[in-house]
Design a binder for this molecule. Structure first.
Ligand code: GUN
Ligand code: ZN
Length: 428
């Protein structure tokens, strides 16, 4: 057993924040060698129960759930900050040429290490990530994550058309490779596999059909792709699949919408698309720094709320500009201002934080597993230093409510705030 004493931020499964200025977090090792929350609450109420157990005391620090990044590209770690007119030229001029380098397993292994180090430095304890079309890129990343005990979901990209030599795969082999990778990695340690069609324009009908068949055969694997990010992309998808009701419904037509299916962006939607997300249990990975950087558009939070479908926050590195959940939350706040029809805050600080922790876990189908620090959940957490910079120290010491404290961290925070990242997994 381990006991920590510090300020403590948790969430209920409904997304309500609970904050104990003097908190206690008790962890117990489970039979799989994974730390789980035994109890969490105020020091005063819980300390007697754990009398005699040694305590790690972090005064002036905040323990909070580890962040969850719902959509990121590990092979785009070095693509961050590549300027382009928009999505399609960015893919052609920077992203595809760079991803072709991951045919080399040694290069993939080196970047996997850097990528997982960056997640950790930024307090991200669960990520759903694209690899490249090369199966060895999945092996490199999964092998490294397994050793670290990191919770990670990843998949080999499927892209058998409209893609250059070096990243384009072959339809039948791509599906054979996907199934072999599911069998090799899904459910091992804290790893999960995601069937990963890049986006409808880069996949033949046969490849999408095969992906849907695999999804039906492996109902607890994840599915990830992109949709309705950019107007040129939307038009292209509509031309390639003229029979589909909308870009989003192409995926539904191939059996690729369900629980544990996660689509990045979801910007250029109508209400029928939103209802399809809701009715299939599909989740949106909202990627505000990417959408601002590439000029893609603004996610409609009011629409998501009105119709009611799962959504959470994501960096989308390398279209996204930062691994930092603080930067992503701040960008989401700015984006929430766009098209806002109701007066008031865009998104509250508690909602922003929830959508990058427990809410993202719910959207991924990992509710009750990670993201809240409620009893029984896995003990992935961060230790935050609210005085990490001089200005942050001034702001947080003047905060008179939880909202003010969280807003100060969201607006002024970055990796300097993350003093430690603790993962529940013990590693291989
Ligand atoms: N659409 C297809 N591929 C990609 C990608 O790598 N990044 C983004 N942002 N959108 C995509
Ligand atoms: Zn993406």
């Amino acid at each position: 057993m381990q006991i920590y004493r510090s300020s403590l931020l948790r969430f209920t499964s409904q997304g309500l924040a609970e904050f104990d200025p003097d908190g206690l977090l008790a962890l117990q090792l489970d039979p799989h060698g994974r730390w789980r929350v035994e109890a969490a609450g105020s020091w005063q109420s819980l300390a007697p129960r754990f009398a005699g157990v040694p305590v790690t005391h972090w005064p002036d620090r905040i323990i909070a759930p580890g962040f969850i990044d719902m959509h990121i590209h590990f092979p785009q770690t070095d693509v961050i900050g590549s300027p382009a007119e928009g999505l399609l030229p960015w893919l052609e001029n920077y992203t595809f040429p760079h991803e072709s380098r991951f045919a080399d397993p040694a290069y993939a292994a080196e970047v996997a290490t850097v990528f997982l180090d960056e997640l950790q430095r930024h307090g991200v304890t669960t990520a759903l990530t694209f690899a490249t079309s090369h199966p060895a890129s999945v092996d490199a990343l999964m092998g490294e994550a397994l050793q670290r005990g990191q919770r990670l979901i990843a998949g080999k990209v499927l892209q058998d058309r409209h893609s250059p030599d070096g990243v384009r795969d072959e339809t039948e082999q791509s599906l054979i490779d996907t199934e072999a990778l599911i069998q090799r990695w899904h459910g091992r340690g804290r790893l999960g596999y995601a069937i990963t069609p890049r986006f409808a324009p880069s996949c033949s009908e046969a490849q999408l059909r095969g992906a849907g068949e695999l999804a039906a055969r492996y109902p607890d694997v994840w599915i990830q792709s992109h949709v309705a990010e950019n107007l040129d992309e939307v038009q292209w998808a509509r031309e390639l699949f003229p029979a589909a009701r909308s870009y989003l419904s192409i995926y539904d037509d191939f059996g690729l919408m369900r629980k544990r299916a996660v689509y990045a962006h979801c910007i250029h939607f109508d209400d029928a698309d939103r209802a399809l997300m809701r009715d299939t249990g599909t989740a949106a990975a909202v990627s505000p720094t990417s959408n601002l950087f590439l000029g893609s558009g603004f996610f409609d939070y009011e629409g998501a709320r009105r119709i009611g479908f799962h959504h959470g926050l994501a960096s989308d590195v390398g279209g996204g500009t930062s691994f930092s959940p603080f930067h992503t939350m701040l960008a989401a706040y700015y984006v929430g201002r766009e098209g806002q029809t109701k007066p008031g805050l865009s998104l509250s600080p508690q909602e922003l934080w929830w959508r990058h922790t427990g809410g993202a876990a719910e959207a991924l189908g990992l509710g009750g597993v990670v993201g809240t620090l409620q009893s029984g959940t896995e003990a992935d957490f961060v230790v935050l230093d609210p005085k990490a910079t001089p200005l942050l120290a001034r702001k947080t010491s003047q905060a008179s409510s939880l909202d003010e404290l969280l807003f100060a961290l969201i607006v002024l925070g970055d990796d300097r705030v993350i003093e430690r990242t603790v993962t529940a997994g013990s590693g291989a």
